[in-house]
Design a protein around this ligand. Structure first.
Ligand code: ADP
Ligand code: CIR
Length: 350
């Protein structure tokens, strides 16, 4: 797969309808200041913004190739991070994985609205570049080390690693359709250099029930996922926290004092946590301004049924926390829970 590329030497052209954070925050002086900078792992500024330049419908449009990208290109990353997360230069990231401080009883015990709940965190391995700047060998080494670590998990977390290389296409398509696996050929990732050498080095680990899954070498090197049918948010969170703590015993993750867990997309910094429900809200779907109003006031993001950049189907939406940096893991889940309760109350009212 060959990624589209722009040569990076002159200020990019943006279409009049472009609304990405890249477009909003890339000034000509900032471009001139950054355009010739290159990180220790050889990641250039042109590579960092290529995705948003060639995909003008990006919502963000920038990726990091390594932890250093966030400091070397801070003249652009900092305003984008402040805009997305409300996190300023003097803020420090905080963590809280203590289940006892979460109050999220099932908001839909009768199963009328919530189809399923999913919480994921992104993680990357310390001391190697992030996906956009990884070499083929580094990616393959990460795959074998992570797969080995995952295969030692026990109890509910025990499972099998399935590499994408050699996977039957119908099996892969079914995993994607059932919301367990990432899609192939994402053009935003492609332009960020994240699909190089596809499908080698990529794969999915999951337990028998597919309630605990790990994506290997997609946008981040690990996406650790806990999911199940229905709205038992606390059970999903507890499983995720247990899994992350287990994996941390054998894999050291890239972490920064200020930015928390370091991820390739700035939207995922900090907790790298996205807590979501698939929820049926047909009445609110017919009143999108009211829907968006509640979502915004609860810091929620509305996605379609097949994830980012997909559409809703049959009044079903993917509702998740938007902020991930400067808030704790418990606060991410609490944002989602509070917003979902408000959405269900409004749907009942309509
Ligand atoms: P990510 O959450 O990893 O950033 P996506 O938005 O692309 O990425 O979603 C990945 C997959 O997870 C998609 O198939 C999406 O439909 C699925 N998904 C997200 N939330 C839920 C949920 N609550 N229940 C079931 N599947 C979900
Ligand atoms: C975009 O800019 O639209 C894509 N690069 C995706 C941005 C958000 N990514 C994410 O939340 N992981």
């Amino acid at each position: 797969m060959t990624a589209m590329r722009w040569d990076g030497s002159t200020f990019p052209e943006f279409k009049p309808n472009c609304s990405s954070l890249l477009y909003r925050h890339l000034s000509e002086p900032a471009f001139e200041q950054l355009k010739d900078k290159i990180t220790g792992s050889g990641f250039t500024f042109a590579q960092a913004i290529n995705s948003g330049v060639v995909n003008q419908d990006s919502s963000i449009g920038i990726y990091a190739g390594d932890a250093e990208s966030y400091t070397l290109f801070s003249a652009l990353f900092d305003p984008i991070i402040a805009d997305y997360h409300g996190f300023t230069k003097t803020d420090i990231h905080r963590s809280n994985l203590n289940m006892k401080t979460l109050s999220a009883p099932n908001p839909d015990p009768d199963g009328l609205y919530i189809l399923s709940t999913r919480i994921r965190v992104g993680r990357n391995v310390a001391e190697v570049p992030l996906g956009p700047a990884l070499s083929r060998e580094q990616r393959n080494t990460i795959e074998s080390q992570v797969a080995k670590s995952l295969c030692n998990l026990s109890g509910e977390l025990a499972g099998t690693y399935y590499p994408l290389l050699g996977m039957d296409e119908t099996v892969r398509d079914q995993l994607v359709a059932d919301h367990f696996l990432f899609k192939a050929g994402d053009r935003f990732l492609d332009a960020a250099g994240l699909n190089r050498d596809w499908p080698e080095g990529r794969g999915i680990f999951h337990n028998r029930e597919k309630t605990f899954l790990v994506w290997v070498n997609e946008e981040d090197q690990l996406r650790i996922i806990s999911m199940q049918q229905g709205g038992d948010i606390e059970a999903v969170f507890t499983r995720l926290v247990t899994a992350v703590k287990e994996i941390e015993k054998t894999v050291t993750f890239m972490f920064d004092q200020r930015l928390g867990y370091v991820t390739s997309c700035p939207t995922n910094l900090g907790t790298a946590m996205r807590a979501s429900v698939h929820i049926r809200l047909p009445k609110l779907a017919a009143d999108m301004p009211a829907f968006k109003n509640i979502a915004d006031s609860h810091h929620l993001q509305i996605r379609g049924i097949h994830g980012e950049h997909s559409e809703s189907e049959s009044g079903i939406f993917d509702i998740s926390n938007k902020r991930r940096l400067g808030v704790t893991e418990v606060e991410c889940v609490q944002d989602m829970y509070n917003g979902v309760v408000a959405l269900i109350n409004k749907e009942k009212e309509l």
